[in-house]
Design a binder for this molecule. Structure first.
Ligand SMILES: Nc1ncnc2c1ncn2[C@@H]1O[C@H](COP(=O)(O)OP(=O)(O)OP(=O)(O)O)[C@@H](O)[C@H]1O
Ligand SMILES: [Mg+2]
Length: 292
């Protein structure tokens, strides 16, 4: 009896305790898995209210370079100009369902709209009908969170979602910033380059305060470097303003980047050894390192 009391009963307790710890660890692992799966999806809004600074070109080529690195990537076109959609050879008028359907219909998820355009690379297309979506959304109480909800409902697991936004701070850009957990700002290295960044950052702080506290500034990437004779002085000015948020990768002015969309290719496919292709591959490595 004393044998049982000394060894057997404690061993039952030990077994029970071990089972308890085991179950707890499964539970904790499960929670960590969920947290991990969630935090694995990086949603990057590429925004700058200034027009023609390289937002679309950056989404297209950074997205393609991330896919080349082995990540699963979904690109979202939130611009009624549909330039990103066209860059991948999709027709912005006839490709359905598209972003307008996703924004106006709460039952549509990102995975319903995204089309596969290359290995590990999907595009959610848009066209000029997005303008009417913006107008119709204005009356909806959940107008700022429609995109976030559609991404969360998505059935496809992706590592990166990149959002191309229009050159304004309207409702579509706000949807992009609310859905994102990272903001990437392309800034063209030219005189008055930083015009547009201040109002954007003011909107970001407002959105962080009110709707999306997860939104962080991933960084500022200088684009079309070399277009202006004082580009280096502008980059050094940018480094004083943005400090460690100025990314190390700089995208050069390169005709290949401008011509690639005409052949419905990314610059990485169109001219893999071009300076722009090399720079976008470097940017993809830097972004994936920063967000690791
Ligand atoms: N690195 C580059 N070298 C040369 N041309 C470029 C480069 N990046 C972009 N471009 C060209 O500059 C123009 C503007 O680029 P892009 O469309 O990417 O800017 P955007 O910020 O998306 O413009 P918008 O505000 O109108 O949406 C395009 O014609 C594009 O092909
Ligand atoms: Mg654009």
């Amino acid at each position: 009896m004393s044998f049982i009391a000394v060894f057997y009963l404690p061993s039952i307790r030990l077994v029970r305790y071990t089972a308890f710890v085991f179950c707890q660890s499964i539970l904790i692992d499960g929670i960590f898995d969920i947290l991990y799966t969630h935090s694995m999806r990086r949603v990057i809004a590429v925004a700058n209210q200034k027009g023609g600074v390289g937002k679309t070109t950056t989404v297209v080529n950074l997205g393609a370079a991330l896919a080349d690195l082995g990540y699963r990537v979904a690109l979202i076109d939130l611009d009624s100009q549909g330039a990103m959609t066209v860059s991948f050879g999709l027709n912005p008028y006839t490709t359905k369902p598209s972003m307008v359907n996703l924004l106006l219909n709460k039952d549509i998820a990102l995975s319903d709209v995204a089309k596969s355009v290359a290995e590990r690379l999907q595009v959610a297309p848009a066209g000029s009908d997005l303008l009417s979506a913006e107008y119709r959304l204005l009356k909806q109480p959940d107008r700022t969170t429609r995109l976030r909800d559609a991404i969360e409902k998505s059935r496809d697991d992706v590592d990166y979602v990149l959002i191309d936004t229009p050159p304004n701070l309207g409702l579509l850009t706000v949807n992009g910033l609310v859905a994102a957990n990272q903001l990437l700002i392309p800034v063209k290295t030219e005189y008055l380059a930083m015009r547009g960044v201040r109002p954007l950052l003011e909107s970001v702080w407002l959105i962080r305060d009110r709707i999306n506290p997860d939104l962080q500034l991933l960084g500022v990437v200088p684009t079309m470097h070399g277009a202006s004779p004082n580009a280096d002085a502008i980059v050094s000015e940018m480094s004083k303003v943005f400090r460690n948020k100025l990314l190390k990768s700089t995208i050069p002015m390169d005709e290949a980047a401008a011509v690639a969309p005409a052949s419905r290719q990314t610059v990485l496919d169109y001219r893999p050894a071009s300076r722009a292709a090399v720079a976008y591959r470097e940017l993809a490595k830097e972004v994936s390192d920063v967000l690791r």
